[in-house]
Ligand binder design. Structure first.
Ligand SMILES: [Zn+2]
Length: 319
């Protein structure tokens, strides 16, 4: 082995060591984002502002997929995001349900104007569903289920716009058709399954590697339980972010699986986590899922913890 070969070998070992270090440090491979506390946005998230969006959504009444109220709600989300500097793409599709074929639409939003806002693949999808469960005979407005997380994402768009370097790595995804008319064995997760199928067909480099799903995050008595069918490293990092913010008592990692919009993305190999509070059970899928059950404070706790996780632990690579 001559001297050139030895130095090439030494160089390769050094590169390998760096790669192993990066892989083990919890950082996002390929992400050049650096968390800078002076530019941190999580502390700016307002539960009061998010709650005002939830009220506007609830005022449309029950919003099952395919209904006029559901379409009007989509227009509201798109218009609010536009005011905040985000461009939304509406991705409509028809899917079979036990009530026959229904037209659904997912909304995808990126910071910036026009098609150029979508020119770069996002590193993380931040998701919520906006449809409410079809419940004939019941006025089901989904203040917490569908409403709280959707209001939160609109408010996140506002605070993320203050740090474009962070925001350009994030795509907000509003899923339609999360709810099953009958059961998840038969239907439901229409929007996330549709997106997963599209993403699976893309070359790996064109797919966002991460997703965070928020659902039912506004209950007065907030108990976010991250299900076991998520990426454990990501879910533990959410707990670290909560510890740092003093919100740890509201978060736990469960030993049970939950079927939600993260599942189809998990199944195609994306790294996912799911912030969901299933302790809402007494009011869940009842006419009592109303504005008086949710608080600005709970949405703020969920949102600030989620944003710190995103900007520092996931994209910022700090552990
Ligand atoms: Zn539901």
């Amino acid at each position: 082995m001559n001297r050139t070969r030895v130095s090439i070998l030494v160089g390769m070992i050094a590169i390998l060591a760096v790669v192993i270090f990066l892989a083990s440090s919890g950082g996002l491979p390929g992400s050049s984002f650096q968390y800078d506390p002076s530019k941190a946005v999580h502390g700016q998230l307002s539960g009061v502002k998010a709650l005002a969006h939830v009220q506007a959504l609830v005022d449309f009444g029950p919003r099952p997929s395919g209904s006029e109220a559901n379409i009007r709600q989509q227009d509201y989300i798109i218009a609010e995001l536009k005011k905040l500097g985000w461009t939304t793409r509406r991705d409509a599709f028809t899917d079979k349900t036990t009530r026959g074929p229904i037209e659904f639409a997912n909304l995808h939003a990126r910071l910036g104007e026009g098609d150029s806002a979508f020119s770069r693949t996002a590193e993380v999808l931040v998701c919520s569903h906006f449809d409410t469960k079809y419940m004939p005979g019941i006025t089901f407005v989904g203040a917490n289920d569908g409403g709280s997380s959707t209001g939160l994402l609109i408010e996140m768009a506002r605070v993320l716009a203050a740090n474009p370097d962070l925001a350009e790595r994030i795509e907000l995804v509003f899923f339609d058709g999360e709810e099953a008319i009958t059961s998840f064995q038969v239907e439901g997760l229409h929007g996330s399954k549709y997106l997963a199928k599209k993403l699976r067909a893309l070359p790996e480099g064109d797919r966002p590697p991460y997703a965070v799903v928020f659902d039912l995050i506004g209950d007065k008595n907030l108990n976010v339980g991250i299900p076991s069918n998520t990426d454990l490293e990501m879910s533990n990092a959410v707990l670290e972010a909560a510890e740092e913010l003093g919100t740890r008592k509201h978060f736990s990692v469960l030993h049970t699986e939950i079927i939600d919009d993260h599942q189809p993305l998990h199944e195609i190999g994306m790294r996912v986590t799911n912030l969901i509070d299933m302790d809402y059970k007494p009011y869940w899928h009842t006419s009592a899922d109303t504005m008086d059950r949710i608080t600005a404070e709970s949405i703020e706790i969920s949102g600030r913890t989620g944003l710190l996780f995103l900007e520092k632990y996931l994209l910022g690579g700090r552990r």
